[in-house]
Design a protein. Structure first.
Length: 414
């Protein structure tokens, strides 16, 4: 039987996403829509189309309909937050799964997410969309201090910051309001900032595959967050035997949340804060998790996230039983000062313990990088992943990898 044809919208950075493309190509033919000729992706593709924009859903839909006449498309997939809404328009035009732009926009627009879940009684922080600083101050008085300022529709914790007082809110409001996404986000209203109740506890994310409305949690990542008062994710731990995966106090609300939002087919990355009173929903993203979390899930459970996501997009059977058990983790590395110029960067292989699975340099010599908040995702200079029987062993291995990372910087101006 011929392999199904999957239409993929964009790819992302090779160091973070190649593992998905490699695994999908083993079972699917892949046609890529991208704004440039593919380079490293070519080994995994059966075809590609260079389009003017990958955020213009109707234009891509028209091109996909033409392609479908020549080679029928079985499913459409995207794992880039800024492009999942446009991708849903393509799926809608082809009559395929996950083809409801209104549902995806409800996930992309965090104010819509909050409103829908609030009506359904889903436990979540109080949230108020605002436009101006006076509105933000009034909203913070309603939700209480400390409060969280969050852009309405960005990902990767861009623009997210905690404020403890009105004075801090006045200082930080422009930071959140003016944080720009890689691609434009346009809302029906001009209230771009959410002022939210600050709930505290351990942060987790759950990657799930959804088919015909049934939510199957596959793996759970426990976050390591740094650079306060910002919310930069600097690491994650995935344990195949994490008891929360089978705890109905989490899985029942997870199912209910998807039902309320209307998400019935595809992949989601749902984030929670584990508070003393129970899980509080932070956000739902209609895509595979970032930060290599699906890769960690693969290491820890043996499940193949690329194949599962592609199969869900095509309505194919989903093998969701783990084939192995372990703990996998990742740590991201940064420079210390803003606007640092990398002169040399490398890991010493002989200093890496056997538990280290990957030790990857992201920044190249000559790159100018910064730590959060200026650097965020794009300030990461390297990362390491580990696989071990326990989280403690993973931490020790990542500590060794950090010690094995050697970076020299160009002299800073005096």
């Amino acid at each position: 039987m011929d392999r199904p044809l999957l239409l993929l919208i964009a790819t992302g950075m090779r160091v973070y996403r190649e593992y998905l493309l490699r695994s999908i190509s083993s079972r699917f033919r892949i046609h890529l829509f991208h704004t440039a000729e593919p380079s490293w992706e070519r080994d995994y593709l059966t075809g590609w189309t260079v389009v003017p924009s990958t955020i213009d859903g109707p234009a891509m839909a028209a091109e996909a309909v033409r392609l479908n006449r020549v080679a029928p498309i079985a499913g459409v997939l995207c794992w880039d937050e800024g492009r999942i809404h446009a991708t849903s328009a393509v799926a809608e035009a082809l009559g395929l799964r996950n083809g409801d732009p209104a549902v995806i926009w409800r996930l992309r627009d965090k104010a819509q997410t909050r409103a829908a879940l609030d009506q359904a009684g889903i436990p979540q922080p109080r949230s108020v969309p605002v436009r101006t600083l006076p509105e933000a101050l009034a909203a913070a008085d309603r939700v209480g201090y400390p409060a969280i300022l969050k852009p309405r529709g960005l990902g990767a914790s861009l623009g997210v910051v905690r404020v403890d007082t009105p004075t801090q809110l006045r200082t930080m409001f422009p930071f959140t309001r003016d944080t720009k996404p890689p691609d434009p986000v346009v809302y029906a209203t001009d209230h771009p900032v959410l002022v939210e109740q600050c709930v505290t506890g351990e942060e987790i994310s759950v990657d799930s595959v959804v088919q015909d409305g049934k939510v199957i949690p596959l793996f759970l990542a426990r976050k390591v967050v740094g650079y306060p008062p910002y919310a930069e994710e600097i690491g994650h731990y995935v344990d195949a035997a994490d008891p929360l995966l089978h705890d109905r106090a989490l899985t029942d609300p997870l199912q209910h949340t998807h039902e309320v939002l209307g998400f019935r087919d595809g992949w989601t990355h749902t984030e929670y804060m584990l508070t003393p009173t129970g899980p509080q929903l932070i956000e739902v993203n209609g895509r595979l998790g970032g930060d290599m979390i699906p890769y960690l899930g693969h290491l820890a459970t043996g499940l193949n996230p690329g194949l599962l996501a592609a199969s869900a997009a095509c309505g194919l059977a989903l093998p969701t039983e783990p084939t192995t058990t372990g703990v996998a983790a990742i740590r991201f590395f940064y420079v210390t000062h803003d606007d640092s110029t990398i002169r040399t960067i490398h890991f010493t292989p002989s200093a890496l313990p056997p538990e280290i699975d990957r030790a990857i340099t992201v920044a190249q010599p000559g790159a100018v990088v910064s730590p959060p908040p200026k650097g965020t995702v794009w300030g990461r200079i390297a990362y390491a992943t580990a696989l071990a029987p326990t989280a403690t062993a993973c931490t020790a291995a990542l500590d060794a990898a950090e010690a094995a990372l050697h970076v020299t910087l160009a002299p800073r101006p005096t």
